[in-house]
Design a protein around this ligand. Structure first.
Ligand code: 6PG
Length: 236
């Protein structure tokens, strides 16, 4: 595992964008799982503004590691955020976008999206393999949409599961642990002081951290990089 710490969220965004450009240049076709949240928003803006000539998006297939069970036009939709900040600004074929359909019946969508992964991704260990899974961590310790109160979803035998937000009750679709740990590369993008305590617990192997799925992220490939800003890294 590598930990890279930068002064600001903006520096996290530009350094991750450079990492991504190098990774994408090494493959003709890449399959990437995106995440939602505030940090990816800055990353997407950076990719669209400053990396147009570094990335050929024609060979890149975009998926999501999690999605809220809402329409694609809803402000809560991770897909909508990605369209606004990235997809609408880059030259990527429509057929390369594989969104989770948050408007569908959650249980049915989890099964459908597992099939999408099964049909489109190359396999390793008999399991679909992403070239890159991008993850974040919420202030409450959730990663993808696996929340501490549903940590068992991590070990699901399914590729995708239906999760429930502990406060709002909002349903979400999330990929499970076996998909995350089977990826060729996994990256965490974590910024802000609200994350510092949990980032510290995870990296110092505190007992409490067992409830956070981020502490279970250990890809077989060993290619795991945490991109942090100073504020999130203060307690490591
Ligand atoms: C989501 C995300 C989620 C996200 C974290 C961190 O849709 O909620 O995919 O897992 O990564 O909430 O979000 P921030 O970038 O806002 O810290």
């Amino acid at each position: 595992m590598r930990i890279k710490t930068y002064n600001t969220k903006q520096e996290v965004a530009s350094n991750f964008s450079r990492y991504l450009a190098i990774l994408l240049a090494s493959e003709e076709t890449s399959h990437i799982a995106l995440s939602g949240g505030s940090t990816p928003k800055v990353v997407f803006d950076e990719l669209a503004a400053n990396f147009q000539s570094d990335i050929d998006w024609h060979g890149v297939h975009l998926y999501w590691g999690d999605e809220r069970c809402v329409a694609p036009t809803d402000d809560d939709s991770n897909y909508k955020m990605t369209v606004e900040h990235l997809i609408s600004k880059i030259d990527i074929p429509k057929e390369n976008i594989h969104r989770i359909k948050g408007e569908n019946i959650p249980k049915e969508e989890a099964v459908r999206y597992a099939d999408v992964l099964d049909e489109n991704l190359p396999k390793s260990n008999g399991i679909p393999q992403f070239d890159l899974v991008i993850l974040g961590m919420g202030d409450d310790g959730h990663t993808a949409s696996i929340f501490p109160h549903e940590i068992d979803l991590w070990d699901s035998e399914q590729y995708c599961e239906v999760a429930t937000h502990p406060d709002s009750g909002q349903r979400r679709i999330t990929i499970s642990g076996q998909i995350i740990n089977n990826a060729k590369n996994v990256v965490f993008l974590v910024t802000g002081e609200g994350k510092a305590e949990k980032v510290g617990e995870i990296h110092n192997k505190n007992d409490k951290a067992k409830m956070y799925p981020a502490s279970l992220v250990a890809p077989e490939s060993n290619n795991l990089v945490w991109f942090l800003d100073e504020a999130a890294a203060t307690l490591i």
